[in-house]
Design a protein around this ligand. Sequence first.
Ligand code: ATP
Ligand code: PAU
Ligand code: K
Length: 249
Amino acid sequence: MILELDCGNSFIKWRVLESSEATVRAEGIAGSDSALIDSLVALPGLLLTRCRLVSVRALEETDKLIAALVAVFGVAVSCATSAREMSGVRNGYEDFQRLGMDRWLAMLGAFKLASGACLVLDFGTAATADFIGPDGGHLGGFICPGMPLMRNQLRTHTRKIRYDDAAAERALERLSPGRTTVEAVERGCTLMLRGFVLTQLELARGYWGEDFTVFLTGGDAELVRDAAPQARLIPDLVFVGLAMACPLS
Ligand SMILES: Nc1ncnc2c1ncn2[C@@H]1O[C@H](COP(=O)(O)OP(=O)(O)OP(=O)(O)O)[C@@H](O)[C@H]1O
Ligand SMILES: CC(C)(CO)[C@@H](O)C(=O)NCCC(=O)O
Ligand SMILES: [K+]
């Protein structure tokens, strides 16, 4: 069995594939290294042979997680690393190593699935957009605060914005102007993200007319779905790219 890990800034997304790589045996989201290991240890019949991992965390943090995986499961871990070019995609950053690995892998996955120009939109801790031309050339992208950061900045820097997660979820049943604090904040931030999507779509149309594929990914992709009904919602887009960047054999 193969363990795949996407270590973001807030959560670790994980899944276990059968060795054939054809079926997902188990998957989940962990808030910490130890929570990840607990979830894995609790899986019945787990027999890991390999592990592939992508991280946007600091090197020391990532190394610590790898050491723990090696210690607990005795598994070899291969880590996705930056490249100037891979699978027909050319990194557009001035310094290619500075481009977030999650963005790079999502781009590889998207270009493979689209075989043409694509706009990749990822909604996690940060919201990101990346533009890949029909020839695989990455034009660059944008990074903005995602839903968790926008909401937490408001909570942190105001005195009267306080509410719990349950109220936040209920507030998003509609997007009409809020009549409570929680509605006003949750709906306001959601509309900001939708505005971000519309702006990116406009930019992409400027480059490629209607000839491009839009990909939505990340934990909060559902929040902006209505703003891009033509988009392909691919929650595991980073994992598609991870398998390309870290082939096992
Ligand atoms: N089961 C879940 N557990 C945790 N967060 C979830 C879950 N489902 C959806 N989310 C949403 O996903 C968001 C986090 O997104 P995601 O996990 O893609 O990114 P991340 O790991 O925090 O950050 P990064 O952008 O660095 O990948 C949170 O705002 C949360 O609302
Ligand atoms: C932008 C995030 C935080 C999105 O997860 C990540 O891709 C990252 O840390 N990137 C490094 C900076 C950059 O991509 O320019
Ligand atoms: K991400």
